[in-house]
Design a protein around this ligand. Structure first.
Ligand SMILES: [Zn+2]
Ligand SMILES: [Zn+2]
Length: 283
């Protein structure tokens, strides 16, 4: 058996024609777990070959628009792709509060349109999200378990966003950790202990052209410097570091090399990938 990690989106709130919004797909056997649903997630999932109906569950890291703006699209496209006959709701795990509230209400503005489709096509039912909310735990806590696969969550450091979390997926093959959006923190270091793959966000303030975002220092403070991520990954004993949510988004060979070099200079000795969309690691 194999565990496959596909970064479905490496983007940020900044529109980029080559980068979908944040997302990671972790697959083991016939279990397919999607983490976050940023802009164009359904298009990247289509490229993975995994049908939307075959998603087992979705997990949200936090409510920042770039991580959730593709959720309504995912729910409705999943329903339509099943020609409306597949009435299974999609389990969505989200931190209690803003994120879970959003999931609860995400399809409310679409009910008139969906009713029109029901009338026109005869499709039964409606797309729905089965909300599983949880209090963001200060220590890793199991929130999902199926057939030898578990998902743990822990609160990370993305203040002022309340209750942002990272996830640790343990399969019979090994461990995948997803940082979500966070400053470099011990919570993620502990979560990533012994991970085969760490998917971590990065923000290289030193590479950001002046004027790219207003108040860049403030923004950088709740994201992660790639050198410090390299140091964290080394301490945690991570095998492969997949850098995502890349700011500034690399475009040239030198840009990619700069991210890799930064993580290397932080002391990381494992494999480093500055990810494009659909970057994949199997183990
Ligand atoms: Zn983000
Ligand atoms: Zn965020």
């Amino acid at each position: 058996m194999v565990t496959r990690v596909v970064v479905t989106g490496t983007g940020t709130p900044i529109a980029d024609p080559d980068r979908a919004g944040p997302g990671v797909l972790v697959s083991h056997d016939d279990i397919h777990l999607q983490f976050d649903a940023g802009r164009a997630t359904v298009m990247r999932l289509a490229a993975t070959g995994i049908a939307l109906q075959d998603l087992t569950a979705l997990f949200l890291t936090h409510q920042h628009s770039d991580h959730v703006v593709g959720l309504a699209d995912l729910l409705m496209t999943r329903w339509l792709d099943g020609t409306g006959t597949d009435g299974r709701s999609l389990p969505v795990y989200a931190p209690s509060g803003m994120a879970s509230d959003l999931v609860q209400h995400i399809l409310v503005p679409w009910q008139q349109e969906l009713a029109m489709r029901n009338d026109h096509t005869g499709y039964p039912g409606r797309p729905t999200a089965e909300v599983h909310d949880f209090e963001p735990p200060s220590r890793p806590q199991r929130i999902f378990s199926r057939e030898g696969l578990t998902v743990e969550a822990v609160q990370v450091r993305h203040e002022p966003v309340p209750g942002a979390v990272g996830y640790r997926v343990t399969t019979p093959d090994g461990i995948v950790v997803i940082s979500g959006d966070t400053a470099v923190c011990e919570e993620v270091a502990n979560l990533a202990a012994g991970a085969d793959v760490l998917v971590h966000e990065v923000f290289d303030l030193s590479a950001l052209p002046a004027g790219t975002v207003s108040d860049a220092r403030k923004i950088a403070a709740y994201h992660s410097d790639p050198g410090a991520v390299g140091s964290l990954a080394q301490r945690a004993g991570v095998a492969t570091l997949m850098m995502t949510h890349l700011i500034p988004a690399p475009q040239t060979v030198d840009d990619y090399a700069r991210f890799v070099q930064a993580a290397r200079s932080g002391g990381f000795e494992g494999e480093i990938i500055a990810c494009d969309d659909l970057a994949t690691v199997q183990f």
